[in-house]
Each structure stands twice: as C-alpha cells, then as structure tokens.
Design a protein around this ligand. Structure first.
Ligand code: NDP
Ligand code: MG
Length: 353
C-alpha cells in the first residue's frame, strides 16, 4: 500500500451497544480516528466514557466524519437518519450499516451524494471484540449500495479490516442478499430454529418422566460440543467424533424430525422475508410498542428449561472464567491492520484484504 496516496477516513460510530462498542474499540486499536455519537445521559454513555471515548451528541459526531456507521437498533435507524444523520452528514461522506434491513426495505433512502455501504460481521458484538483481541476475526460480509466517490468498496473493506472482519474472509455481497439471508438464518436456524428444537426436545423428555436436569444436559448443554465440531470441520468432523450408534441414530431419525414439512415451512418463512411481509410486521410491532414481542420473550424466559439451566450452570465454575456477554476493556490489540486505504482503486484490493 502506498502511504503517499492514502485516505484515512475519520469515523463516527453512532450507538455503543453490541456492535457499536466492538467496532469503535477495534477501529481505534487499528489506528483509526474514531468518535462515538450517543444521546447524552443514555445508559451506554457511561460505557463509552469508561472505554476512554469522549462521546459527542449524534449530530456533532456525524458532522465531523468522513464515514458514519449507524449502529443503533434497526427500528430506531429510520428516524435517527431522517432527523439527525441526513441533515448533518458532510457532502460526499460514507454512510455505513451493519445490516441491510432499512435500505433494502426502503425505510431509509440515503441522500444521493453519499457513499452507502454495508459491513456485517457474522457474529454478535462481544465476539467481534473478543476475536479481534486474540488476533483473529469474525468473518464479515460487505456490500456497496451507492458509490459516489468511486472508492465506496475500498472504504467498506478498510472498515472491515479495521474491525478485524477482513483478516480471514470478507465476502462481497449485496444489501438484498445480506438482509434476506441474515433474517432467514436467525429465524429458521440460529435463533428461532435452534431454540425451538431445544425446547421441544426438553419438553419431550420431561413429559416422558425423565429428570429435567438430565434433559438439559442432553438437549442443550451437549449442543455446544456438536456446534464446536460443526464450526471446526463441518458435519464431517462431528461424524468423526460421535459413536457409531449416534451416527446411525442421526441417519434414521434426523430426517424424521427435520422433514420435508420443516423445509416447506422454511421456504414460507423465506418468502415472507423476501416479499417484505416480515419487515412490515416487525415495523408494525415496533410501532405498536412491542406487545407480542414482550409476550413471546416472557414465555421464553419462563420456560422450565431456563430454571433448570440456571441451577445447573451455577455449579459450572468454568463458566465464570470464560468471556461471556461483555468483552474486557483492555485496549491491547493483537495484529493491527493498516488503517489507511489507497485513494486510487487497485483492482486487487478485495483479494488482498
Ligand atoms: P444495540 O441494540 O446494541 O444498540 C444500542 C445502542 O443504540 C446504544 O448505544 C443506544 O444508546 C443506542 N440507541 C438506541 N436508541 C437510540 C436513539 N434513539 N438515538 C441514539 N442512540 C440510540 O444494537 P446492535 O448492536 O444489536 O445493532 C446495531 C446494528 O448492527 C443493527 O443494524 C443490527 O442489525 C446490526 N447487527 C447486529 C448484530 C448483533 O449481534 N447484535 C450482528 C450483526 C449486525 P443508549 O445508551 O442511549 O440507549
Ligand atoms: Mg441478524
């Protein structure tokens, strides 16, 4: 990279929650000039102060920046964009999202003069920070919605590198693909599918008279071992580790549980994501004050598996030592990717990242 032709964007991170904190800390450790924009007196302002930032109000932070990362909740973004971000962003600056939802579903129509990009780490913020601190990274995808400067893709990749996401695999995508696959993944498999599968398995064993503690180990605790093997080497690796009996049971019973009906309903869920039904319903739910969301959440929190789990985990001393929801405040970063990006557009930039 030629240091004489570099452009180092000044970055404003609006929001200091799951993604905001991780991005702000990682980018700062990578050498970027980072300002945090927060509403004064909000709960996360204390956190940003404790991490050594001097948060500004969102309008002031945005006004000074070459790149503005919108890292407040998706449902808050349209109003914040309209009232604070659009009126204050510099002409020709870059607007960055970590999820394509609002742009893809037309809730935000960004100003014509802006670069508009997406950098979406495929993991929660705490992991984005923790992986960065140990010199690894959470794989991220990036996309360009508007390229007014001619370097929007490079800006996205520089940001991706700064948060640690390009160290391994930065895959180029589109706002549409990221939005639809992200929503599908979390609904059908990661959050919705997995938690419902675990709850149903737990209920089945407990209703058949088995001890809830044993049911918890069988259907929830041991899932980590399986998922770790998936993560390391796919289903192939899982099959290498489990017994022949477990494999035979997998082959004959797995497809009876996750059958063609499940896949047909996955397609329904995907269709409702693609045609905007889910986005409309979620926006309406948010506007109505989250009545159903709160009810569903309460039901999950009150599910008997939570009570058993709390009691069992109290005896798992190793959980105290493992990093959980919040990453440590250490500013020590491992490898530091270059913060600057070329002002010109080398064709190899994406491959090199
Ligand atoms: P959070 O819910 O963690 O964001 C909370 C932050 O937003 C807080 O700093 C809060 O400040 C601020 N905030 C909330 N409302 C407002 C407001 N009206 N004005 C100003 N600031 C406000 O968000 P996430 O990090 O979960 O999500 C951010 C983006 O990242 C979303 O687009 C999401 O889809 C995406 N994403 C999230 C992932 C995740 O794992 N969470 C994974 C990948 C992408 P205060 O303290 O004042 O309340
Ligand atoms: Mg998601």
């Amino acid at each position: 990279m030629n240091a004489t032709t570099t452009f180092q964007p000044r970055i404003a991170i609006v929001g200091y929650g799951s993604q905001g904190r991780a991005h702000a800390l990682n980018l700062r450790d990578s050498g970027f000039d980072v300002t945090v924009g927060l509403r004064p007196g909000g709960p996360t302002e204390l956190k940003a102060n404790a991490d050594g930032f001097r948060p500004k109000t969102p309008d002031a932070a945005v006004g000074d920046a070459d790149l503005v990362a919108v890292l407040v909740p998706d449902m808050v973004q349209p109003q914040l964009y309209r009232d604070v971000i659009a009126p204050n962003m510099r002409a020709g600056a870059c607007l960055l999202f970590a999820h394509g939802f609002n742009v893809h579903f037309g809730q935000i129509a960004p100003r014509e003069d802006l670069d508009v990009v997406l950098v979406a780490p495929k993991g929660p913020g705490a992991l984005v920070r923790r992986e960065y601190e140990i010199g690894r990274g959470v794989p991220s995808v990036y996309a360009v919605h508007q390229d007014r400067s001619g370097r929007a893709g490079q800006l996205a990749l520089a940001y991706c590198g700064g948060i640690g996401g390009a160290r391994q695999n930065a895959i180029r995508t589109t706002f549409k693909e990221e939005t639809e696959t992200d929503l599908f993944g979390e609904q059908a498999v990661l959050c919705g599918g997995a938690s419902s599968l675990v709850q149903a398995g737990f209920e089945t064993l407990v209703e058949a008279g088995y001890q809830p503690e044993i049911a918890y180990y069988e259907v929830l605790h041991e899932l980590k071992l399986i998922v770790d093997l998936f993560y390391e080497g796919g289903i192939t690796r899982m099959l290498e580790f489990v017994s022949e009996t477990a494999q035979y049971g997998d082959y004959v019973s797995g497809p009876r549980i996750i059958d063609a009906g499940v896949k047909a309903r996955m397609k329904e869920v995907l269709t409702e994501i693609q045609d905007g039904t889910f986005a409309r319903n979620w926006t309406a739910e948010h506007e109505a004050g989250l009545p159903n969301y709160r009810r569903y959440k309460q039901a999950d929190l009150e599910h008997p598996i939570e009570d058993v789990g709390r009691r069992l985990r109290a005896g798992m001393k190793w959980l105290d030592a493992a990093p959980k929801t919040a990453a440590p405040n250490s500013g020590a970063a491992a490898a530091k990717p270059a913060a600057a990006i070329p002002a010109t557009s080398p064709a190899t930039q994406e491959e090199a990242a």
